[in-house]
Each structure stands twice: as structure tokens, then as C-alpha cells.
Design a protein around this ligand. Structure first.
Ligand SMILES: [Fe+2]
Length: 300
């Protein structure tokens, strides 16, 4: 028996029988002016599309760099820009969201801490939780990003555990197996939204690999981190958005990146969900103001 009861996960409201979610990832600008330009242009473009969205999911790397004053400004503008959409926002951390810890060993997480006081924001309850979950439109979304010991002993990054005392990381293989079993126990389709890919995808995470094999009711994996078109850090098939999950008849989709420095264009996705499961994933470029691709997801 699993000790994670995902059936009791909080519900995200949706307007109709199907839900639409704007999925963004990897904004990662260290200069507040650049972060504002990137994010405000994307929000402007989404408002112009009149998509009737129900939620925003941010798959990490909202921040970048170890400059505490700049991080506070970016965290503040992040919340103000997304507030223009007046939607619930689910936020998980990526490796750049823990840059302050990685570079300076400072146990301060500017955006995550601010979201705790924001009623429209959803994130992990505790900094050391390795997932959080929400129900939406009859489905379950499981969010998985980087996490850290509140006292600073350890933190996760790039699919591993770092820090002063990494051996104190509490989420062993059995923890991830229990989460996988809990997903199987949810009476409906499950989607995984993560910062890192699972094995089989681009720049995969060893910790995420602990979830495998995933149960059959997991119908979709989406991730960030491996910026599309980044020829330096994502050299293997850099334009491939749609990749397999190792050993399973399941696909994972790279939705990054909103930044346009490492990744040509400013990309995000709109996910359409029905109670029967995910229906489609459309890729948007906010610089070109056009839809680049549509992936049908419904099972025959
Ligand atoms: Fe990342």
C-alpha cells in the first residue's frame, strides 16, 4: 500500500469539460530587465491568443544567478506578470532556482518563499518535498522539481543530490516507488510535469529514473531544462521535442525554453486535457506569434 494518497490532492478549477493549461519553463534571466522583457512578451502574446486558459504550470528555472537583489526583483516581477492572467499557477523548482544555494550556500529561495503567501500559487508544501500533486479536469498532475533540506544539509540538482551532507537525502528508491504506486492507485489519467526528463529523454535525471517503470495510467510526461535548439548543452537531437520514456510505450515532451539566448525563439506549450486524459499539446513561439507544432495525445 502506498502512503501517498493522491486521490485527496487539491483540485484546480476549470471553466468547461476540458481544461487548457499554459506550460512555461526556463525563463532563467539574471538581469531583471531581461526577465521582464521575456515574460511580459509571452504573457502579452498569450492574452492576445484568447485561449481561455484554466491554469499556468511553470516547470522551473524561473530565476537565474546568485545576485540576491536581482533575484528578489525577478521573483517579484514573475508573480506580478503572471497575475495579469488571473489564473492558478503551479510552480516547481529547477536547478537555476537553487543558484543561490549552489553558488553561495545560502538557504534562501526567493520565488518559492514568495509563492507561500500567494493564494493563486501552488507549489510543494515543504522545501524538501520531492513532489506535489493537483487534480484537474478528472486527471491528476504530479509536479516534480528540485528540492532542498530546509536547514541546508542537501539539495538536488541535475538529477542528483549535492550539498554539505548529501547522504541525509531522505527520498530513497522506496520513496519514489511508493509515489509510482500511488499514481497507479489514482482512478484516472496521470500526467507528470517535471523540470528534468525521465530516462529516454534529453538531459535525463537519475532521480526521476527512480520512478520507472511508470504505471499504465500515466499518459503524458512534460519537462523543461533541455532547451530546444541549444547546440551547446542539448547537442543530441536538439530540435526533438517528442522523445520516448525508456522501456515504456509512453512519450515525454520538452516544452522549454521561454528564454531566447540559448534557445532560438521563445517557446511554451498549451496543453488541452479532458477527463479521459490529455488531448493535445500545442507549441507556441512568442517571438513569431505563431503555433509551431501540435501533438495529438488522445489514445485511439
Ligand atoms: Fe534547468
Amino acid at each position: 500500500m502506498s502512503d501517498f494518497d493522491l486521490r485527496a490532492s487539491p483540485q484546480l478549477p476549470c471553466q468547461g469539460t476540458s481544461a487548457r493549461v499554459w506550460v512555461i519553463s526556463d525563463i532563467q534571466q539574471s538581469e531583471p530587465a531581461d526577465a521582464l522583457a521575456t515574460l511580459s512578451a509571452a504573457v502579452d502574446d498569450m492574452l492576445a491568443t484568447d485561449q481561455k486558459l484554466d491554469a499556468v504550470w511553470c516547470l522551473g528555472d524561473a530565476l537565474r544567478g546568485p545576485d540576491e537583489a536581482a533575484l528578489e526583483q525577478v521573483a517579484d516581477l514573475f508573480i506580478r506578470q503572471l497575475a495579469r492572467l488571473n489564473l492558478p499557477v503551479c510552480y516547481l523548482l529547477g536547478n537555476h532556482d537553487v543558484d543561490l544555494k549552489r553558488a553561495r550556500d545560502i538557504d534562501h529561495h526567493p520565488l518559492w518563499e514568495r509563492t507561500r503567501a500567494e493564494p493563486n500559487w501552488h507549489t510543494m508544501e515543504r522545501l524538501d518535498d520531492f513532489f506535489f500533486a493537483r487534480r484537474i479536469g478528472g486527471c491528476l498532475a504530479v509536479f516534480m522539481g528540485d528540492h532542498a533540506h530546509p536547514g541546508g544539509d542537501w539539495f538536488t540538482t541535475h538529477g542528483g543530490v549535492s550539498g554539505r551532507i548529501p547522504e541525509r537525502y531522505p527520498h530513497d528508491q522506496a520513496s519514489y516507488t511508493r509515489l509510482s504506486q500511488a499514481m497507479a492507485g489514482f482512478a484516472g489519467p496521470v500526467m507528470i510535469a517535471s523540470h528534468y526528463a525521465l530516462p529516454g529523454g534529453q538531459k535525463p535525471s537519475g532521480l526521476m529514473g527512480r520512478l520507472l517503470p511508470l504505471p499504465a495510467n500515466v499518459k503524458l510526461v512534460m519537462h523543461g531544462h533541455a532547451h530546444i535548439g541549444d547546440l551547446v548543452w542539448n547537442k543530441d537531437n536538439p530540435w526533438q521535442r517528442n522523445n520516448p520514456v525508456s522501456g515504456q510505450p509512453l512519450r515525454q515532451f520538452n516544452v522549454s525554453a521561454l528564454e531566447s539566448v540559448r534557445s532560438p525563439g521563445s517557446h511554451s506549450a498549451v496543453l488541452k486535457i479532458s477527463p479521459a486524459g490529455p488531448l493535445s499539446l500545442r507549441i507556441r513561439c512568442h517571438q513569431e506569434h505563431k503555433w509551431l507544432d501540435t501533438f495529438p495525445l488522445a489514445e485511439a
